[in-house]
Design a protein around this ligand. Structure first.
Ligand SMILES: NC(=O)NCCC(=O)O
Ligand SMILES: [Zn+2]
Length: 533
């Protein structure tokens, strides 16, 4: 007789976004089939059994902001870096950190051959299929142009054929940013197609102006990247984007909010009943400007390892407000913004030296083998350094140590931020992000706290293809013991058990989060109420 379950988890402290209970989970054919206080011997017969030993059992992490296999253009005039992780290495790192689903970015560019969003997605999908993925995965689409025909004809196809129900727009980066009227064009199309609009909110003009001024004073070393993006840069852009979204009644999600000011703007909009959501990331809780100077040396270039946009906040005072935002619902989701560049690669962080004329003056061409020598002698220029840091694997463990175990958030809030809300926001719920009969059996099981020896992280313990971690030396008091993807154990006791073809592409539906206060969209003082008639 066929066994009732393939896999059973016993003795778990099972946490969902709403509840905690001591119970067992029965899994069959990739799905959760039953939750019960106990199972009989007959019910368990033939199943693999995992004893959680009282530890937390949660829905697998959903990381909704992961850059893989993407040519990232974060510098002036299209200058960018080569993404260090492909689908294989990035997703391997994800499962080792308790994440079972990643949503990555297919990116339009301004090149004529990238005009079609569908072609962009097809090409990006080929990259995912080339290696396969250890984790389930989906795509957002980054839109950098406002071609009316493309938006009108192709967005419905992306939804229908690809299940892509979210787009990301930029307010900074020369080759990606949209003007206010272009933002309105794309948001308007997104709203008509019920596509969630994600916004990278930094005022590009402020950044360029400050960068020029810093360069004029010779302040070009990596640390000064943070000074070119003070919190007001995010503060202005979030306010402006909220006004634009309000005008056309379009729900928006701010990605990687890193400042107290940005969070306060989001909170204010939410209090007004606007459908404004926000994501925050580990770097804004675990790093400050002090860390951006961590590798201080005569050349300082090593600090490029910490450069991301927006930068971490100046000090801990912002972090207190960000913790409040996690707790009070200002932040809807907590993602990694994993954006990996290597330090030992000519198309990684070193472009900050190699593309900088002043640094390269009198140097012979650098082919790769002498790159470390060059980096040890030069400070480079932050303008040319690709923005981004790795973090898909450390996302959940950092939140566990810094917020859950520290008593700053409840276990339920942990699940809401890292799994359930990303699933709802991006149209994956309740297939993902839930522990219900019928949901995919995606789980993360932690170590029982009393049995886990806290440790200090070194990069060699991680599974990405990056040669450093910004969290080197940081103490962790727990780590995922098991990661289970649709009923298959893919990570157990420090070992990868999965395979790069385990992950499946996930078509997504529309966002399942509320669209704001009823009636708000008819107030003629603030919105163009006639637009959708
Ligand atoms: N966040 C970051 O520094 N890199 C990723 C690209 C982006 O800025 O969105
Ligand atoms: Zn961004």
């Amino acid at each position: 007789m066929a066994s009732k379950f393939d896999l059973v988890i016993v003795n778990g402290t099972v946490v969902t976004a709403s509840d905690i209970s001591s119970c067992c989970i029965g899994i069959k054919d990739e799905k959760i089939r039953a939750l019960a206080q106990s199972f009989t011997d007959d019910e368990i017969a033939g199943a693999e059994v995992i004893d959680a030993e009282g530890a937390y059992v949660m829905p697998g992490g959903i990381d909704a902001h992961v850059h893989l296999c993407q040519d990232l253009k974060t510098g002036p005039h299209g200058l960018g870096g080569e993404c260090a992780d492909n689908f294989e290495t990035g997703s391997r790192s994800a499962i080792a950190g308790g994440t079972t689903t990643v949503i990555t970015f297919a990116t339009q560019t301004r090149a004529e051959e990238d005009r079609s969003l569908i072609k962009v997605v097809e090409a990006y999908n080929a990259r995912a299929e080339a290696t396969g993925s250890y984790a389930d995965y989906g795509f957002h689409i980054i839109i950098v142009r406002n071609d009316a025909d493309v938006l009108e004809n192709e967005l419905p196809v992306l939804i229908q054929d690809w299940g892509i129900s979210s787009c990301k727009l930029f307010m900074t980066y020369e080759t990606q940013r949209l003007t206010d009227s272009q933002l309105l064009d794309v948001m308007f199309a997104a709203r008509k197609n019920a596509i969630t609009t994600m916004i990278h909110a930094e005022n590009g003009d402020m950044i360029e102006w400050l960068t020029d001024k810093l360069e004029g004073k010779g302040m070009v070393a990596p640390f000064y990247h943070a000074l070119s993006r003070p919190p007001l840069v995010e503060g202005e852009a979030t306010n402006r984007a909220i006004a634009l979204a309000q005008l056309i009644q379009n729900p928006i999600l701010f990605v990687h909010v890193g400042s107290a000011l940005g969070a306060a703007n989001v909170r204010k909009a939410q209090t007004m009943g606007l459908p404004v959501y926000a994501e925050t990331c580990p770097q804004y809780f675990n790093l400050t400007w002090e860390d951006l100077k961590r590798f201080h040396s005569p050349t300082c270039f090593e600090n490029s390892k910490m450069i991301c946009s927006p930068p971490p906040p100046p000090d801990n005072s912002d972090q207190e407000d960000l913790f409040t935002g996690l707790h009070n619902g200002t932040f809807t989701i907590y993602s990694s913004d994993h954006c990996p560049f290597r330090y030992d690669h000519p198309h990684g962080k070193p472009t900050g030296v190699l593309e900088d004329e002043a640094s390269m003056h009198g140097e012979s061409a650098c082919t790769g083998h002498n790159i470390q020598d060059l980096l040890s002698r030069k400070e480079g220029a932050f303008r040319f350094i690709p923005n981004g840091i790795p973090g898909v694997e450390t996302r959940l463990p950092l939140l566990y140590t810094g917020a859950l175990a520290a008593g700053r958030i409840t276990p339920q809030k942990f699940v809401e931020l890292t799994s359930t809300n990303p699933a709802k926001l991006y149209g994956l719920y309740p297939r993902k992000g839930a522990l219900m009969p019928g949901s995919d059996a995606d789980l993360v099981i932690w170590h029982p706290e009393k049995k886990f020896q806290p440790f200090r992280l070194t990069n060699s313990q991680l599974h990405h293809n990056v040669d450093y971690t910004p969290y080197e030396g940081q103490e962790f008091i727990n780590w995922p013991r098991y990661t289970i993807l649709r009923g298959k154990v893919v990570w157990a006791n420090g070992e990868i058990k999965g395979k790069p073809r385990d992950g499946k592409y996930q078509k997504r539906g529309p966002s399942q989060l509320s669209h704001g206060l009823p009636g708000h969209d008819r107030d003629p003082h603030t919105v163009a109420a006639w637009l959708y008639k």
